[in-house]
Structures are given as structure tokens and as C-alpha cells.
Design a protein around this ligand. Structure first.
Ligand code: ZN
Length: 270
């Protein structure tokens, strides 16, 4: 599943093709993904110039000079392909630039989404209205983080996955950041000291930033040789490493809560 760093890397790759480009062809190839694709997508985007590309949580934002913003989510299996050699059954949206570059949004499982809003109202787009701060942005700091967690009996892992507390963090990065900080995933969110929360904020930023750098360097020119954007593998500290060795010498364990795996080291995470 694409996580925040993959979306960030995807945006960088799309920017290399789309920034300043005219959308000469906009071709949805089906009526819906997880949700319906706006019926006026083609009409509103064709002939427009892309003025900006950015990210909010795990959503990609593509703005045009007509005041529209296309918002996409990659769901479970979505990816953009640059200049694909051939178009297949899972290529659900094609964008062609005036310069002849072709982009395809490919999503076999179709849990992704494509939407269109006016740029000046994008913050009121439903998924964004109750969303917490960006983990890499200036609003995610220890003072606000501590204030939000105060009195919370829920586990720190559940709190970090709550998009209202911090936006866009997925299971992998939560497991990794907790291991880096030495905090047990089950610890009550409201019972963690301020200095440890400060370390946790730093760890979250570090693990995301390192993944973005690794993604950018793994994907030369942001795309794999087959043109796919956004997927890269990395050696994790604990994620997916049940039975493996933690950096502290302990053994990585896995537990399952509500169908979701947590990887942690009981020796150094308290
Ligand atoms: Zn350990």
C-alpha cells in the first residue's frame, strides 16, 4: 500500500512531467474507482495548464490555471506510470501533455479515487476537514502533540494512526518510529512524558524523510525503468521482521490487533 513517502515521491515524479504543462488529453477510462470519477473531469481539465502539484496526507493535489484541483488517492494498489509502453485494463485515467508525455493512473484493486474541486475551497474537501497536521509540517510540534494526547487512554500506536491527531501516518512508519524512540506501541498515549514525545516527533519526521530520500534515490528520475512511480522497498528496523534482530539485540515480535500487525521489540520499547 502506498504510504506518505511514496505519495511524496509520486508527486515529485509527476511534477517533473506536469509542472507548467498543458493537459492536451484527459481520458477517464471508467466511471468510478472507489468513488465515481467526476463526469466533468475531462471537460474541466482538457486544455488547462498545470500550475502546481502538492500533497496532503496521502492525497495528491494537481492544480490548474482554471482554478480547478484534481485530488487523487492511490488506495491499496494505485500507481502512476510515465510514458507506459502499452495501456492495459487497469489504466483508469490517462493524461497527455501538449509535449506528448503520457501519464497513466493504474490501480488494479480500484480502492483509489479521483476527484475535482475548486482550488480555493480544497481545504473543505470532506477527507481534509478533520485532518490533523502534516507530520513533516511546522504544525506538528511537541507542544501541540502533547496537548492533543493529554488524558488519552488509547494506545500511542492507535493515536498515531488516528488521522485527526496527525495526518497520513500508516502502520509501517508508526511501528518504525516507536521502535526508534523506544516506546511500546501499547503504552497509553496520555501517559508518555514530554521529553519522550519530543523524541517521538523527531523520529516520525526522520523515518519519513529518510524514506522519501531513499525513494527519490531508488527511483532514478523518479521512475523505475518500467515508468512506475511511487513504490520502493527499504530495510525496516522492525516492520515485517518478526523473529529478526532489533538494533538493541532483542528479538522483533509481532502482534495482531483488529487485523493489523504491530511489529516491536519488547526489550527496548517500554
Ligand atoms: Zn530493541
Amino acid at each position: 500500500m502506498p504510504e506518505l513517502p511514496e505519495v511524496e515521491t509520486t508527486i515529485a515524479g509527476l511534477r517533473s512531467v506536469l509542472q507548467g504543462a498543458v493537459l492536451a488529453r484527459v481520458e477517464p477510462r471508467r466511471a468510478d474507482l472507489r468513488f465515481p470519477i467526476p463526469v466533468d473531469l475531462r471537460q474541466r481539465l482538457t486544455g488547462a495548464t498545470v500550475t502546481n502539484l502538492s500533497r496532503r496526507a496521502k492525497y495528491g493535489l494537481i492544480e490548474t490555471d482554471r482554478g480547478d484541483m484534481m485530488i487523487f488517492h492511490l488506495g491499496m494498489s494505485g500507481r502512476w506510470r510515465i510514458d507506459p509502453a502499452e495501456i492495459g485494463a487497469h489504466d483508469h485515467l490517462l493524461l497527455e501533455t501538449g509535449g506528448g508525455r503520457l501519464l497513466s493512473l493504474n490501480d488494479p484493486r480500484r480502492f483509489g479515487s479521483i476527484d475535482l474541486v475548486r482550488s480555493d475551497t480544497w481545504t473543505s474537501y470532506a477527507p481534509f476537514t478533520r485532518m490533523g497536521p502534516e507530520p513533516l509540517g511546522p504544525d506538528f510540534d511537541v507542544a501541540r502533540f502533547a496537548a492533543v494526547l493529554e488524558g488519552k487512554a488509547t494506545s500511542i500506536k492507535a493515536a498515531l494512526l488516528d488521522q485527526r491527531i496527525v495526518a497520513g501516518l500508516g502502520n509501517i512508519y508508526v511501528c518504525e518510529a516507536l521502535n526508534m524512540t523506544g516506546i511500546a506501541p501499547t503504552r497509553a498515549a496520555g501517559k508518555i512524558s514530554r521529553p519522550r514525545l519530543a523524541l517521538l516527533v523527531e523520529s516520525i519526521r526522520d523515518v519519513l524523510a529518510a524514506a522519501i530520500v531513499a525513494g527519490g534515490s531508488t527511483l532514478r528520475d523518479y521512475a523505475r525503468p518500467d515508468g512506475e512511480l511511487g513504490y520502493f522497498s527499504k530495510q525496516w528496523r522492525v516492520y515485517g521482521r518478526e523473529g529478526g534482530l532489533c538494533a538493541c539485540g532483542g528479538t522483533v515480535q509481532r502482534r495482531v490487533d483488529g487485523g493489523r500487525s504491530t511489529f516491536f521489540c519488547p526489550k527496548c520499547q517500554k
